[in-house]
Each structure stands twice: as C-alpha cells, then as structure tokens.
Design a protein around this ligand. Structure first.
Ligand code: HEC
Ligand code: HEC
Ligand code: HEC
Ligand code: HEC
Length: 437
C-alpha cells in the first residue's frame, strides 16, 4: 500500500469507529472557546446556585475559588516549577509543552477561540471538551445530554471515560508522559483514585435530577473502574517502546519508587506472593493491579485469581527479557479489557463492601502491602468503602463515626512514604475491618 491508501484506510477505520479515540484526542477534537465564554453571571458564573434550573450555574465561581485546576498554570510560574524546568533544560516552565500539556488546556493554537487564554490553566474545556459546536445550543432546555455529547461534549458522567480523562494527566499517557527524569528534577510523585479525587473540590452534586439526566452514580463502582483503567494504562505505557523505555533501562516511573529509594539500613525486605520476586529486585508499581483484584472480589472471584496469577507472571517476566515482559503484559492487558465492562456494569452494594474488605485484609495478612504505593491505594479504597457504608443509610451515626475514626488511623499509617511501616498499616486495616458491619 502507498502512503495515500494507508492514510485513507486509517481514515475509514476512524470513521467506522474501529480506532478507539483516546480522552486526549476527544478533548482536542473541537475548538476550545475559553473559560471566559462559560463564566458570565447568566451562564456558569452565578455567585449563588440558580433555583429553577437543572444546573446550579455557579460552577465557574467554585472552580475559580476552590479548584486547584484553576491555579495549575500559575504553579508553573512559581520558583519550584522554574527550578524543575531549568534542571531539565526546558527553559521557561510556562512555555514548555511537556508542562503545559498537564497544567493547562494546551490544545493546538489553531484550535483556540478568540477568548481562549492558556493562563486559565485546566479550564472547563480541558475536561468537558471543546465547546465549538455545543456552546450556543447546550443551554437550551429542549437539548438533551445525548445531544451535547453528539456535538463533542466529553462524557464526564461515564466512569470509564472520566477515569481515562483524569488519568491522562494524573498518571500520564503516551502523548503526555511524566517521566522519572521529571520526578528526579523535583516533580511530586503522582497518585490517583477516581472516586476520592472526583469529590475533593466538586462543582457538581449528584441529585435525583442529575441521575434522571445522566444515569446512575455509584462511588465504589467509580473506585473500581478507576483501578481497572489505571492498570490498563500502566500496561499501555510499559508496552509502548517510546514511553516504556529509556535507552537500555525501562522507564523507572513505572516501577515502585521505594524499590530503589529507601535507606540502606532499612532492611525491611520480605516475600510478596503477588510478585514472587526475591530480595534486591526492582519491581513494577502494581498498586492498581493489586487493588483491582479487590474490586473484582464481589464480581468474580476466579477472575480476581486470574489477575493475581497474570500479574505475578508479569513480575517474573521482567526478570527474564523484554520480549517475555511484553508477552506477559499483553496477556494481562487482554484479561483486564474483558473484565472492565463487567466491573463498570456491576451494582456494588453493602454486601460487596464486605467482600472487598475481606479480600483486602486477606492480602494484608499475607504481606502484600510491603510496597507503599499499594498501601496508599488501599487507604483510598477504604475511604470509598466507608463513605458507601454511610450512604447506605443502615448504620447509626455512632457506628459511622467509629468507622471514620478507624479510617483516619488507616490514613495516618500512609501519611509519610519515607517512614511507612507495613505492620502498622496492617494493624490499622484490621481495626477498620473489625468496625465494619
Ligand atoms: C502527566 C501530567 C503532568 C506533567 C507532564 C507535569 N505535571 Fe506537574 N503535576 C501534575 C499533577 C496531576 C499534579 C498534582 C499532583 C497531586 O497533587 O496529586 C502536578 C503537580 C505539580 C507541582 C506541585 C504543585 C503543588 O500545588 O504542590 C509542580 C510544582 C509541578 N507539577 C510542576 C510541573 C512542571 C514544571 C512540569 C514540566 C516539567 C510538570 N509539572 C509536568 C501533572 C503533570
Ligand atoms: C478537572 C475536570 C473538570 C474541569 C476543569 C471542569 N469540570 Fe465541570 N465537571 C467535571 C466532572 C467530573 C463533572 C461531574 C460529572 C458530570 O456531571 O458530567 C462535571 C460536571 C459539570 C456540570 C454538570 C452538573 C450537572 O448537574 O449536570 C457543569 C455545568 C460543569 N461541570 C461546568 C463546568 C464549568 C463551567 C467549568 C469551568 C469553570 C468546569 N465544569 C470545569 C469535571 C470538570
Ligand atoms: C489537563 C490535565 C488534567 C486533567 C484532565 C485533570 N487534572 Fe486534576 N490536576 C491537574 C493538575 C496539573 C493538578 C495540580 C494543580 C495544582 O497543584 O495547582 C491537578 C490537581 C487535582 C486535584 C487536587 C489534588 C490535591 O492533591 O489536592 C484533584 C482532586 C484533581 N486534580 C482531580 C481531577 C479529576 C477528578 C479529574 C478528572 C475528572 C482531573 N483531575 C483531571 C491536571 C489535570
Ligand atoms: C530502578 C531504581 C529507581 C526507581 C524504581 C525509582 N528511582 Fe528515583 N532515582 C533513581 C536513581 C538512580 C536516581 C539518581 C540518583 C542520583 O542522581 O544521584 C534517582 C533520583 C530520583 C530523585 C532525585 C533525588 C536527588 O537527590 O537527586 C527523585 C526525586 C526520584 N528519583 C523520585 C522517584 C520516584 C517518585 C520514583 C517512583 C515513581 C522513583 N524515583 C523510582 C533510581 C530509581
């Protein structure tokens, strides 16, 4: 095939929907009109919620005042960012593509409307998609959510799509990679939990009206989906020759930071069944793979076991060869892909919560939380579970308060990655489990 026919075939594939569009591609598909086009007081810039509207209309005010995304560009002006950029030889951080891709709405200049400003940081359209085609129509009451989506609004209400969007910046993806070199220059380590992070600075509320317009909401399902999508993303990054490798070394950001960064006298090594690796080995950061197994516990126990075995096989393969690693990663990727839709469609309820906690504790007792990153994810998973118990409405307030105080204990045990102690974390998790209904 010559180049033209290859190109045509590619276009046809896209038109037929065979090429799955990534979140980054979907967001960039239409012109971005700028935060100023959303923020008028009769649009999303109201100071108080509107009473007779489906939408509160004060989203801009909340974003501007409370949401760190509004300050994401200003972060690049700070001495801390300038130092990171200087060490990497990037010049001015506020002009460096690699920084702007995650700290602003960095669409191509030809895709920016007249009122667009890069200094608005991670603005409305960085998450809701370019508003070119829907800006004028979406406020009309006769226009449905489906109409907006058809015109290029990004489906933030869909947990899989939302996870892919958030993780494109909060974990990095092929076109937007956070590397160990960037970390080495002083960038904070990234970690993400979809449910927890969705509710840290929200400009939205889930009401009966929201559910009527956009479908159901389940925080534990969102947590589960977030783990599955992050695990897929890890494997995609590892499989991509551009992002997974740096010369003769694999990209270190995909590995457990503490496998290398701990004190010589620490001496805390012990076996982990989930890796099957001996002492002195660098291991992949499998935190999301570990936690995804707990998400599967109520859905399909044998599938959880399969993920366990294939994750272990991947760890083993990293000690053999690059080809063996790729083969193991591909096999695991295929398994995850088949399981994710089942997790996304699963109705997590109070019984599920106990199954999740039980599988987490069984792992804890076997020493699976030796690595800090998995413990940190388990702590954030515990938060989603405690909130779900509370929302279930069957527990009295004293019981909820007891659960929350034990959740604080779990968080306390992962507060500092440099002084993390597995026995202390396991004890805190046991206390939480003992207080669960
Ligand atoms: C893959 C996306 C990504 C890239 C690339 C990236 N960042 Fe970040 N950065 C983030 C995220 C996400 C956070 C917030 C982490 C958190 O709090 O969980 C962050 C946080 C920071 C912080 C700390 C901010 C604070 O409030 O404490 C600084 C400073 C920073 N980034 C600078 C930079 C610079 C400079 C570059 C370019 C060399 C860069 N970042 C590239 C995603 C990225
Ligand atoms: C970091 C990503 C992000 C940014 C930035 C963002 N949003 Fe959102 N927005 C969301 C998510 C997630 C939801 C909840 C899911 C949903 O309703 O689709 C949401 C929901 C909404 C809703 C729907 C509420 C409902 O009841 O249906 C509106 C309106 C909205 N955002 C407006 C804005 C405006 C205006 C801005 C900019 C000032 C903005 N958003 C910036 C992620 C974002
Ligand atoms: C275009 C990149 C981008 C996207 C997309 C994005 N974020 Fe962020 N997010 C950032 C950056 C950069 C920061 C750090 C900003 C700062 O420190 O000022 C951040 C910070 C946050 C924080 C504050 C973290 C903390 O430690 O307090 C939360 C919560 C968050 N994001 C949630 C989300 C969620 C949920 C989504 C998806 C709906 C999302 N983000 C999508 C780039 C992004
Ligand atoms: C395979 C081992 C390995 C892994 C895994 C690893 N690092 Fe590193 N890290 C290194 C080496 C080697 C250096 C360079 C030390 C030097 O220049 O003296 C380094 C340097 C750093 C530095 C700069 C420290 C300094 O004093 O200059 C930071 C920060 C850092 N890494 C963070 C991380 C984070 C965060 C992770 C996990 C996402 C991680 N590293 C994973 C080996 C590793």
């Amino acid at each position: 095939m010559n180049t033209t026919t290859t190109l045509l075939a590619g276009l046809l594939l896209c038109a037929n929907g065979v090429h799955a569009q990534t979140a980054v591609e979907a967001i960039a598909a239409h012109k971005h009109m700028g935060v100023a086009t959303c923020s008028s007081s009769v649009c999303h810039g109201a100071s108080q919620p509107f009473r007779d509207s489906d939408i509160a209309q004060n989203e801009f005010a909340i974003w501007q005042e409370f949401d760190p995304h509004a300050k994401a560009f200003q972060v690049l002006e700070q001495p801390r960012s300038q130092a990171i950029a200087r060490k990497l030889g990037l010049g001015d951080a506020t002009k460096a593509k690699v920084c702007l891709d995650c700290h602003a709405d960095n669409v191509a200049p030809t895709n920016r409307g007249e009122r667009f400003q890069i200094s608005d940081g991670v603005g409305c359209e960085a998450c809701h998609g370019g508003a070119e085609l829907w800006l004028n129509s979406h406020a009309d009451r006769t226009v449905s959510y489906a109409d907006d989506l058809a015109k290029g609004m990004y489906p933030t209400a869909d947990p899989v799509k939302r996870a892919q969007l958030c993780l494109s910046c909060h974990m990095g993806e092929k076109e937007r990679m956070i590397t160990h070199r960037i970390m080495g220059a002083g960038h904070p380590r990234l970690s993400f939990q979809l449910d927890t992070f969705t509710w840290l600075n929200p400009h939205y509320k889930i009401t009966a009206n929201w559910i009527k317009r956009k479908g159901d909401w389940n925080g534990v399902r969102d947590w589960a989906v977030g783990q599955g999508v992050a695990a897929e993303n890890l494997l995609d990054l590892l499989l991509d020759p551009k992002t997974g490798w740096q010369g003769i070394f694999p990209e270190l950001v995909l590995f457990n930071c503490q496998a290398c960064h701990k004190l010589m006298k620490d001496n805390s090594w012990g076996p982990r069944q989930g890796t099957g690796l001996g002492p002195g080995m660098v291991r992949l950061n499998d935190a999301n793979l570990v936690t995804f197994r707990y998400a599967l516990a109520p859905v399909d126990k044998s599938a959880a076991q399969r993920v366990f075995e294939q994750t272990r096989a991947l760890h083993q393969a990293t000690t053999q060869s690059r080809d063996a690693t790729f083969a193991a990663a591909r096999a695991l990727r295929t398994t995850l892909e088949s399981l994710l839709p089942r997790v996304a469609a699963y109705g997590y309820d109070a019984t599920s919560l106990n199954a999740i906690l039980a599988s987490m504790l069984a792992d804890a007792e076997q020493g699976e939380f030796r690595d800090y990153a998995a413990a940190e994810q388990a702590a954030m998973a515990s938060e989603s579970i405690v909130i779900a118990f509370e929302n279930d409405g069957k527990l009295d307030p004293a019981h909820v308060a007891a659960l929350k105080s034990r959740l604080n204990g779990v968080y306390e045990a992962v507060k500092d990655e440099d002084t993390y102690s597995m026995p202390r974390f396991v004890a805190a998790l046991k206390e939480l489990r003992a207080a669960a209904p």
